[in-house]
Design a protein around this ligand. Structure first.
Ligand SMILES: C[S@@+](CC[C@H](N)C(=O)[O-])C[C@H]1O[C@@H](n2cnc3c(N)ncnc32)[C@H](O)[C@@H]1O
Ligand code: SF4
Length: 305
């Protein structure tokens, strides 16, 4: 029987190196020389496995170093932790089915990101669909789709989710955009419809929190921060949320076994998300700014306003 561990997931960002440069990305490139060694991440897993049954590997782009992924997968398997990798998928496209089979041997799930930047042409969409089909055909790995819900209306969201399930993804995970305007409540009906239609349609914790409490801040219940997930960056800093920078770190890992010290640390409780920008607030700020820009020194608003 699986024992209950301290965290549902430990998220590891072993590198910030990436083959893309998405404008909304919250991961800033770090100096390679400051990153922990690859050995550090292998050695971390036996300790991490005492705290969780699941590692989520992100980046940067995890598949930037395929040899690392192969070995890391073997170490996770040996320590009986599930490995879920989030990827933009682009570096997998030119690989043969045989190579894909080999790489995915010990990967439980791959979450292929889907957003308007990564999928910006018909060819991008064709490549995405083919990749899903090839991973399905050549491996036993589950395929998720990380869908960034940015500037979608109701019917667009439903159409894309329908398409993703139709091409064979096992799970769609809708992400709320952070550090840029987002409008979760406007899509409430679409989220409800998709949740009822698809048992494997999920929303991220922030979307769930907003939908559950019907508001963007001052929630009654605290969010998931440090409750069931922690995030470790490329330098070994641990935060209660992947979006937190090092100034909010709860612990810095000097050696792999330091991760066990997290058991003695108490994280704050958060009742609002510091990275959420509700669209209506963003619009008001924009209006105020243009109003301010339109004011003459004497305080009169320009005639065209
Ligand atoms: C930082 S990326 C790293 C893994 C990989 N490079 C990728 O893009 O899938 C992890 C996930 O974070 C999402 N993401 C990046 N910036 C975001 C933001 N500002 N708000 C919400 N999700 C974001 C990406 O879409 C992706 O699904
Ligand atoms: S592919 Fe992923 S890590 Fe790279 S820039 Fe885009 S969101 Fe960030």
């Amino acid at each position: 029987m699986e024992t209950k561990k301290r965290f549902k997931v430990i998220s590891i960002h072993y590198t910030t190196e990436c083959n893309m440069n998405c404008p909304f990305c919250y991961k800033k490139r770090a100096d390679k020389s400051e990153e922990k060694s690859l050995e550090f991440w292998y050695d971390l897993i036996p300790y991490a496995s005492k705290l969780t049954n699941q590692i989520a590997l992100g980046g940067g782009e995890p598949f930037i170093n395929i040899d690392f992924i192969k070995k890391f997968g073997r170490v996770c398997k040996k320590n009986k932790v599930l490995l879920n990798i989030t990827s933009n998928g682009k570096l997998l496209i030119p690989l043969s089915d045989r190579e894909i089979k080999e790489i995915f041997k010990n990967i439980t799930m791959v979450s292929l990101s889907f957003d308007k930047y990564k999928i910006s042409s018909e060819q991008d969409l064709i490549n995405y669909i083919n990749l899903v089909k090839r991973i399905k055909r050549s491996t036993k790995t589950q395929i998720g789709s990380n869908l960034l819900v940015q500037d979608f209306d109701h019917s667009e969201l439903v159409k894309i989710v329908n398409m993703l399930f139709k091409i064979g993804v096992d799970r769609v995970f809708a992400l709320c955009p952070k550090n840029m305007p987002s409008d979760v409540l406007e899509l409430k009906d679409a989220y409800t419809y998709l949740t009822l239609k698809y048992p494997n349609f999920y929303v991220d914790d922030l979307t769930q929190q907003i939908l559950g409490e019907n508001k963007y801040k001052d929630w009654c219940k605290e969010c998931h921060y440090f409750k069931d997930i922690i995030s470790i960056n490329e330098k070994g800093f641990i935060t209660g949320c992947s979006f937190d920078d090092e100034s909010k770190a709860l612990l810095k890992l000097e050696e792999p076994k330091d991760i066990l010290k997290i058991k003695k640390i108490d994280g704050e409780k958060r009742f609002s998300c510091p990275y959420l920008i509700p669209k209506d607030i963003a619009l008001k700020v924009q209006q105020l700014k243009s109003l301010k820009g339109g004011m003459k020194k004497d305080g009169n608003i320009k005639s065209e306003l």
